[in-house]
Design a protein around this ligand. Structure first.
Ligand code: CP
Length: 318
């Protein structure tokens, strides 16, 4: 735990992970190398968080994120403190800043799943310990770490590979754009008109890709996007908080369904990915999700390894 002056300032040297763009390409590679090493020999790291605590705050539901962070901290010898916002004073109007100042006096890092990205930024500004974005409406940067590790494991290196994401240009798409660009991939995003990723993220990913040898394309043509792809990925059509739009979205998204027809347009050794939870028969068919090209359960497992590496990296304990 780090105590700030009067608990109102954040250490300018502390590292947060609010966006994939908080990691340089070199940081990202180093973090994934560490995750590889931790996955290969978890016992070598089992005391690395001894005497430390990590707060895991959820303002939205979670299965994978909650369990992988909670188990990951415990595997490192630390103490995870899982907090549902409805059980905190946060749910009764205490500010996110005061929550951050308070938690910083007890724990060594704060992981937050929330709605607006700004909420994470405000928390990070007030907290004196590292803050991690475990999903906002804008990005899902922890998911992107697991996805890139999974791609690396199968291909030996993501550089030069074609990663195609089909569906909503949402938080998962934003983080994949940035992570793909940072690792030198060609990232293709295929969405219905009106559901593109936000232009600032596309622009930033293109800037990064220009440095790493990758590239970025946004299209409305799912077949063109799938042609020759090394990875086909998707996500739900209506994210958490968009449930009221589900019926309307279901009218325009079906041609972006990750189907066997699209798999057959991709490279023969294509990897099928989905961050989960999935709706078989909507954004992905059961045949593809449960088929031989799916690496979805490796993605699930790699949330654990990458997040353990991330915590050590942010705490300077790598
Ligand atoms: N992919 C993901 O973040 O899963 P959960 O919503 O279950 O945490």
């Amino acid at each position: 735990m780090r105590g700030g002056r009067l608990g109102i300032d954040s250490d300018p040297m502390k590292r947060d992970y609010l966006s994939v763009d908080d990691l340089s390409p070199e940081d990202l590679t180093g973090l994934l190398d560490l995750a590889d090493a931790m996955k290969a020999d978890p016992t070598a790291y089992r005391d690395r968080l001894a005497g430390r605590a990590v707060a895991l705050v959820f303002e939205k539901p979670s299965t994978r994120t909650r369990v992988s962070f909670e188990v990951g901290v415990a595997q490192l010898g630390g103490h995870p403190v899982v907090l549902n916002s409805s059980e905190l004073q946060l749910g009764r109007g205490e500010t996110i800043e005061d929550t951050g100042r308070t938690l910083s006096r007890y724990v060594d890092a704060i992981v937050l799943r929330t709605f607006e990205q700004e909420r994470l930024e405000v928390l990070a500004g007030a907290a004196s310990v590292p803050v991690v974005n475990s999903l906002s409406d804008f990005e899902h940067p922890c998911q992107a770490l697991a996805d890139v590790l999974t791609i690396r494991e199968r291909f030996g290196g993501p550089g030069g590979k074609i990663l195609t994401y089909l569906g909503d240009g949402n938080n998962v798409a934003h983080s994949l754009l940035l992570a793909g660009a940072k690792t030198g991939m060609t990232v293709r995003i295929a969405t219905p008109p009106g559901f593109e990723p936000i232009p600032q993220v596309v622009h930033r990913a293109a800037e990064i890709a220009a440095e790493t040898g990758g590239s970025v394309e946004v299209t409305h043509d799912p077949e063109q996007a799938a042609k020759g792809a090394d990875v086909l990925s998707t996500d739900v059509w209506a994210s958490m908080g968009q449930e009221a739009e589900a019926d309307e979205r279901a009218l325009v998204f079906p041609i972006f369904q990750l189907s066997q027809q699209l798999v057959e347009l991709a490279a023969p050794d294509v990897l099928v990915m989905h961050c989960l939870p999935a709706h078989r028969g909507q954004e992905i068919t059961a045949e593809v999700m449960d088929g031989p090209r799916s690496v979805i359960w490796d993605q699930v497992e790699n949330r654990l390894h990458t997040q353990k590496a991330l915590l050590l990296f942010l705490l300077g304990l790598a």
